[in-house]
Design a protein around this ligand. Structure first.
Ligand code: GDP
Length: 369
């Protein structure tokens, strides 16, 4: 086989011999990949097509070494996050790993959020959340990686802050890092042929290097897997429904105590205590929201999951994790965030119960909108 073949997802050298090692792809899949001109390692293939992630996790020595090796560099760190899934985008402990290096925060998928949301407010909000996570970005850039036209201003921003140094692009999977890297490559036309790959010292992880015009490089690192994203439990069909592809249309519900909202069959919120209150749901337009009485909501779910309440699809129900219930007492203008799915914004003080599949994070934050 071709020694130089790299996975187009993570940059690992493709190999067909060791299932446990990076870059493994079954021979048959490799042949198919070569036919269509898209070779993925098995891990990236599964990630893309089934979101079936098993092997490499955040605690893996390789990833820790990768992050540590970045700390030792004198470089600009570009951290790509998904604005729609801020919590799911965070690399735990990143601030410790970047050392004294400046961090440029890139908030991707800005096209998904309502246009009425002012960019200045969003930038400020991202800055505050970054500070809470211990990161002090030198700048915050909002963009849509799908728009090639926005790559020029991203590159300008990178030039402004890299001060003649290398640039490391880091991010968890699914934030759109590859889309942005591909966009940069397209925008800096002609560079395709000179992209090289090399390994992080002491790891089995490959990196993709794009030359900059002064002998330095823009280095794309392998995507880091975040454990608590909803996406890990969903099939391809489900992801089509839950991943917003265009501007979200918020849906507002006036609820009384004792009422319940279902977000498809993936999450549930009970309004336990408070005055008549306004709840605005920010999820993909394709995901149906259902209102019902809290009393009887369990039966409603059992009866309708996989039917009226999708995803999960009927055939996925046996494998789908059970709901975990958590109660929150929230102040006015608070978001209840279901990692990777979206959030419900509560107008006034309330006591609520949030249900999400076991393993999926639910967090409370100051309202974004
Ligand atoms: P990576 O795992 O971080 O490399 O992420 P990908 O580049 O594979 O993107 C993950 C998903 O997000 C894909 O379905 C992309 O189409 C989508 N995506 C990437 N950038 C954008 C964007 O700017 N807007 C929207 N709406 N979707 C995006």
């Amino acid at each position: 086989m071709n020694e130089e073949l790299k996975c187009i997802g993570c940059g690992a050298t493709i190999q067909t011999t060791d299932k446990e090692k990076l870059g493994y792809t079954p021979k048959s899949a490799l042949e198919k990949g070569l036919e269509v001109g898209e070779v993925y390692c098995q891990r990236c293939f599964r990630l893309r097509h089934y979101n079936d992630i098993q092997d490499i996790s955040l605690t893996d020595d390789d990833f820790l070494r990768l992050l540590n090796s970045i700390a030792e560099k004198d470089a600009l760190i570009v951290n790509v996050i998904d604005i729609f899934d801020f919590n799911g985008s965070l690399i735990p402990g990143l601030h410790r790993f970047v050392g004294n290096n400046p961090v440029l925060l890139v908030g991707n998928k800005v096209d998904i959020l309502p246009k009425s949301l002012k960019r200045g407010k969003l930038t400020q909000w991202l800055r505050e959340r970054a500070h809470e996570a211990g990161l002090r970005p030198v700048d915050v850039v909002l963009l849509s990686g799908k728009k090639i036209s926005e790559m020029a201003s991203l590159m300008e921003m990178i030039e402004k802050h890299r001060h003649g140094k290398d640039v490391y692009v880091v991010g968890v999977t699914n934030v759109g890092k590859s889309t942005i890297i591909n966009g940069i490559i397209k925008a800096t036309a002609g560079l395709q042929e000179v992209i090289t790959t090399s390994q992080f010292p002491g790891t089995t992880l490959d990196k993709i290097e794009i030359p900059l015009d002064d002998g330095h490089f823009l280095i794309d690192t392998p995507g880091i897997i975040h454990q608590h994203q909803m996406a890990h439990y969903l099939g391809k069909k489900d992801l089509k429904i839950t991943s917003p592809s265009k501007e979200i249309k918020p849906k507002t519900y006036q609820l009384n105590e004792g009422q319940t909202l279902f977000l498809g069959g993936l999450a549930r919120m009970d309004y336990l205590q408070g005055e008549k209150n306004s709840f605005t749901v920010y999820v993909s337009n394709e995901l149906d929201v259902h209102r019902t009485k809290a009393q009887g909501a369990d039966d409603f779910y059992q009866k309708h999951v996989g039917g009226l309440l999708v995803p999960p699809q009927k055939e996925e129900i046996p494998e789908f994790p059970e709901f975990t219930r958590r109660e929150f007492s929230v102040d006015k203008n608070t978001d209840i965030v279901f990692s990777g799915l979206g959030w419900i914004s509560v107008r006034e003080k309330a006591v609520i119960a949030a249900y999400a599949p076991k393993g999926v994070e639910v967090v409370i934050r100051k309202a974004l909108i």
